[in-house]
Design a protein around this ligand. Structure first.
Ligand code: SF4
Length: 288
C-alpha cells in the first residue's frame, strides 16, 4: 500500500500555543488551584483527557453557553480555550475573582477587535459561521446587533438599511464555500466591506487537500466536533473528488474501508496530535 501524508497537517500555531499555556499552568505550583478549562481547550478528546489526568477540571455541557458554565466555577483559575470567549464571559470571570488565563488564538482576537471597531464606527456587522460553535458564541457575545448567517439561504432574511456594512467570518470555514456567500452578499449590498478572516493555517491545509494526488482513499483524522477537520473532509471528498473517510483515532477507523485500497492519503485537523496519525500509519503499514 502506498501511504502519503498530506502536508501541512496537524497542530496549527494557535493550538500549539493553547496547549503550552495549559501545560505550563498545570506545572506551575504558583497558579491558583483548582484549574478549570472552560469547555474543551481544543476539539480533541485525547488531548483533553490528558489534561484531566494531570489535574485540570473540564467544565462542559453542550446545552450551556460559556457564560452559563461559569456559574459552576467559584474559585481558582479558569482557562479560556483557543476559540475565544465573549467580553461578557471575561467580565463575569473577573467579577467572580477568578484568576484568568486566556488561550484565545491571535487570529480570533483580531476578528473580535475588528467587529468591535466597526460597530463603534456605526457599521452593521454580518458574521458568517457555524451555529453553536464556541468561536461563534464568543463573537456573537460582543453585541446582540451582529447579523449572524451560516449559509447562502439566510442572506435573503437580511434586512439591513444602513449604507455601512462590514462582513467577516469564523476562522475555520471553507475558503471554497465562503466565496459564494461573499458574492451573493456583494450582489445584495454593493457597498459591503468584506473582510475574509479564514486563518492561514486553515487556508494552507484546505489548499493541500484540494491539490492532493489521486488516491483510492483519503483518511482525515480529527475530532467530530472540530470545525477545521470537517472542512478538510469536505474539500477532499467534494473538491478533490477522492473517496474520503473521517476518523477520530485508530479505534474508530472503519477497517472495512481499507479493502482493495492500494493508495491512501492521510491528513489531520489542526487539533489532532501527531501520535494519533502515526498510530494509524503504523497500522496501515502492518496490514500491508
Ligand atoms: S485553526 Fe486558525 S484560528 Fe483556529 S487556533 Fe488554529 S491558527 Fe488559530
Amino acid at each position: 500500500m502506498i501511504i502519503r501524508k498530506i502536508n501541512p497537517q496537524g497542530y496549527c500555531n494557535g493550538v500549539k500555543r493553547a496547549l503550552n499555556i495549559v501545560s505550563n499552568a498545570l506545572e506551575d505550583k504558583n497558579v491558583k488551584r483548582p484549574i478549570y478549562l472552560l469547555g474543551q481547550i481544543i476539539h480533541n478528546k485525547h488531548v483533553v483527557k490528558d489534561f484531566i489526568d494531570k489535574g485540570a477540571i473540564v467544565v462542559e455541557d453542550k446545552t450551556k453557553s460559556r457564560l452559563e458554565l461559569l456559574d459552576s466555577i467559584n474559585e481558582g483559575t479558569v482557562i479560556f480555550s483557543a476559540h475565544g470567549v465573549s467580553p461578557l464571559v471575561y467580565k463575569k470571570a473577573k467579577e467572580k475573582g477568578l484568576n484568568i488565563i486566556d488561550a484565545t488564538c491571535g487570529y480570533v482576537l483580531i476578528v473580535h477587535k475588528k467587529i468591535e471597531d466597526y460597530l463603534n464606527k456605526g457599521f452593521d456587522v454580518i458574521y458568517i459561521g457555524t451555529k453553536n460553535h464556541p468561536e461563534v458564541e464568543g463573537v456573537l457575545g460582543i453585541s446582540n446587533k451582529i447579523h449572524f448567517i451560516s449559509n447562502l439561504e439566510q442572506i435573503k432574511n437580511l434586512n439591513i438599511t444602513n449604507d455601512k456594512i462590514y462582513c467577516t467570518n469564523q476562522t475555520t470555514l471553507s475558503q471554497y464555500d465562503i466565496i459564494d456567500i461573499f458574492n451573493l452578499l456583494k450582489k445584495k449590498y454593493p457597498n459591503i466591506l468584506i473582510d475574509d478572516k479564514i486563518c492561514d493555517a486553515t487556508t494552507v491545509r484546505q489548499k493541500a487537500m484540494k491539490e492532493q494526488e489521486k488516491a483510492d482513499l483519503c483518511i482525515v483524522v480529527g475530532d467530530s466536533a472540530s470545525s477545521n477537520t470537517k472542512k478538510l473532509y469536505k474539500v477532499s471528498s467534494e473538491l478533490a473528488g477522492i473517496k474520503t473517510i473521517l476518523c477520530e483515532d485508530l479505534k474508530s477507523l472503519d477497517k472495512n474501508e481499507l479493502k482493495n485500497v492500494k493508495t491512501v492519503n492521510i491528513s489531520s485537523g489542526a487539533s489532532t496530535p501527531d501520535y494519533i496519525v502515526d498510530e494509524i500509519i503504523n497500522y496501515l503499514i502492518s496490514i500491508d
